[in-house]
Design a protein around this ligand. Structure first.
Ligand code: NAP
Length: 256
């Protein structure tokens, strides 16, 4: 039997993003680490990860603290989505309380470029109010967030999401489009044209894949109601913007 090396670092990777998948792949190929990825369990057919996966909430900060102890975690990498505010906050609290190293992997926000027509919204409720009356909007938001748009009976929406909303969910008028965003700008342009979209609502997630719709909007001169990222809980958390920097941090003995 091969015994784990005494310097093997035991990592909990809070996942649910493309960056988390890439990091999982890199860490799986590195004999210095043993990694468990964690998913919220909200997507029925999540894209595969190259490391063992646990699924479902931990049960708040206390549950996460227990998991860190039981799994003997040396370091947590929080690679959740920039808008997964609660999970990041719990990770911050649990790691501080348990003395476990924490790294935040967060892709940079998109920045407006020449040709962009962005209308900035502080949050999704404000975004819902900002859609012009009579518009046909592409809502690139999560299914649990659609209710915020339901009171707008003066617009129609194309609601793109990975999982269908609950049958009794409150929705604005319009159609559901099941699927992930296209990473190809031309495909996003074709979609906007086909559905005669005249405004997009997007969260400033950053990243290339879901950024294609923003590039497509620029190309077609369609306005984007852009929802700003949540402010975050503050505190001094080591933060990196890409997978290479995360690997360097982990290899640099920060992880216990
Ligand atoms: P959230 O509001 O920050 O978290 C809600 C609760 O879900 C957390 O308190 C935690 O439950 C559980 N949870 C979230 N992420 C988890 C993870 N990676 N592993 C285990 N439990 C997790 O999260 P959210 O915004 O609903 O996002 C859920 C997942 O979808 C995340 O993995 C995120 O990366 C991904 N995602 C989110 C968005 C978005 O726009 N928010 C977009 C794309 C992907 P307990 O308190 O019980 O531990």
């Amino acid at each position: 039997m091969r015994l784990p090396s005494p310097t093997l670092k035991n990592i909990l990777l809070l996942a649910g993003t493309q960056e988390a998948r890439s990091l999982a792949g890199a860490l799986a190929a590195d004999p210095g680490f043993t990694v468990t990825a964690s998913l919220a369990g909200v997507t029925r057919a999540p894209l595969p990860l190259d490391v063992p996966v646990r699924s479902g909430g931990f049960g708040g900060v206390e549950g996460l603290r227990r998991a860190l102890r039981e799994m003997r975690i040396d370091a947590v990498v929080d690679a959740t989505h920039p808008f997964a505010e609660q999970m990041s906050d719990h990770a911050r609290q649990a790691c501080a309380a348990e003395g476990v190293a924490l790294l935040r992997l967060e892709r940079p926000a998109w920045q407006p470029r020449p040709g962009d027509d962005w209308r900035m919204a502080r949050d999704l409720s404000e975004a819902a109010r900002m859609i012009p009356a009579g518009a046909h909007a592409l809502l690139a938001v999560g299914r649990q967030e659609l209710a915020l748009f339901a009171q707008r009976r003066d617009i129609t929406c194309l609601m793109r999401m990975i999982e269908p909303p609950a049958p009794d969910a409150a929705l604005p008028p319009g159609d559901i489009l099941l699927g992930r965003p296209e990473a190809d700008i031309a495909a996003e342009v074709a979609l906007l044209r086909h559905h005669r979209i005249d405004v997009i609502v997007a969260k400033n997630a950053g990243g290339k894949a879901s950024g294609a719709k923003i590039a497509a909007a620029r190309e077609m001169r369609i306005p984007v109601v852009m929802v700003a990222r949540p402010a975050g809980g503050g505190g001094e958390i080591a933060t990196v913007a890409d997978v290479e920097a995360a690997l360097a941090w982990l290899r640099d003995d920060h992880a216990g």
